[in-house]
Design a binder for this molecule. Structure first.
Ligand SMILES: [Ca+2]
Length: 326
């Protein structure tokens, strides 16, 4: 992708504006082609926001000038987890608090999303004006969350909820009823980015080539309630080691509507730590309910069963068959 520096003083070529303008130009061409002969179109709109739009810029310059003083909610200091001995060593290596993450990065990131919101609205307006909104599947999501000081952490890459739980909103009139995502059942649905592809295939009536690898996700048209459990995995990347207090290890985690079960591994793939959180009673994931050392059992919780379930999801293939993903 072309690097757009923009002018922090004037906002000229601000990254989101630049990408949004190009997206609008693309849509105009796509609408014309569709009107001419029905050609379908696919567009992915990925602004750099809320990241720094240039590494040399300061956090202040992430924000479009007109929004630099915008009041934004939701960036309070998180609960300090005074006892992190129930968490892996890499977590304990981070400082206990990170005021920069929630005090500086969080509000700036939220202001950048106001610019994104403007361009999202402009995109909807364009589709509406062209009479295409009712025939367009819109997927709104993110590739990751970000820690704003929870557990002392300030990046992504971790199995805790702020890092892995992101919005996934779908709009396609006639298939997904308006407001569905706000309904009690739907908002608790366990879905994952692996469901986006089968959902697009379903909406567009595209047959799956049986010669291709099995698709683990499910179409959210066919299964709007999503999954019984969702797997998340991170593969340790040693290139990040110098930038954090400790390398974040490879881990895998299983989530159902109540529980989070996570295992970290050493570089040889051996399980090192295990964690179990009850997100109903402990939504901030402050108390690991089982012994930290991998393989250690608990008199209260069935650790072998959780381990077996996690391993099954790590090895599953496809949404049907003997080793299906759940
Ligand atoms: Ca703790």
């Amino acid at each position: 992708m072309r690097k757009i520096l923009g002018d922090p003083a004037t906002g000229a070529n601000y990254n989101t504006t630049w990408v949004g303008t190009r997206a609008g130009e693309f849509l105009d061409r796509a609408m014309a082609a569709r009107a001419a002969d029905g050609t379908p179109f696919f567009m992915e709109f990925d602004p750099t926001a809320p990241h720094l739009h240039d590494e040399q810029n300061t956090a202040r310059n992430m924000t479009e000038p007109k929004y630099r003083n915008l009041a934004v909610p939701g960036c309070a200091a998180p609960t300090v987890e005074s006892d992190r001995t129930d968490k892996p060593a890499y977590v304990q290596a981070f400082p206990l608090t990170d005021p920069y993450s929630y005090g500086v990065i969080c509000p700036v990131a939220q202001r950048t999303l106001r610019s994104l919101d403007d361009w999202f609205g402009a995109t909807i307006d364009r589709l509406t004006a062209a009479g295409q909104l009712d025939q367009t599947l819109i997927v709104f999501t993110s590739d990751n969350g970000l820690m704003y000081g929870e557990h002392g952490l300030s990046r992504k890459y971790v199995p805790y909820e702020p890092s892995v739980r992101v919005p996934l909103m779908l709009a396609y009139p006639g298939v997904f009823a308006p407001g569905t995502t706000a309904a009690a059942n739907a908002s608790r649905a366990l879905v994952s980015n692996i469901d986006i592809l089968p959902t697009i295939l379903s909406v567009t009536g595209t047959p799956v080539n049986p010669a291709l690898p099995k698709i683990d996700g499910v179409s959210l048209v066919a299964k709007p309630a999503g999954h019984k459990v969702v797997l998340s995995e991170y593969w340790g990347d040693p290139r990040w080691a110098p930038s954090v207090p400790a390398p974040i290890p490879t881990w895998s985690a299983l989530y159902d509507r109540r529980w989070t079960f996570a295992i970290t591994y050493d570089t040889a793939g051996r399980a090192v730590t295990q964690e179990l959180y009850d997100r109903v009673r402990d939504p901030k994931e402050l108390t690991n309910l089982i012994p930290l050392r991998a393989g250690a059992t608990s008199s209260t919780y069935d650790v072998p069963r959780w381990t077996a379930r996690l391993n099954a999801e790590r090895r599953c293939a496809g949404a049907s068959g003997a080793r299906m993903c759940h």
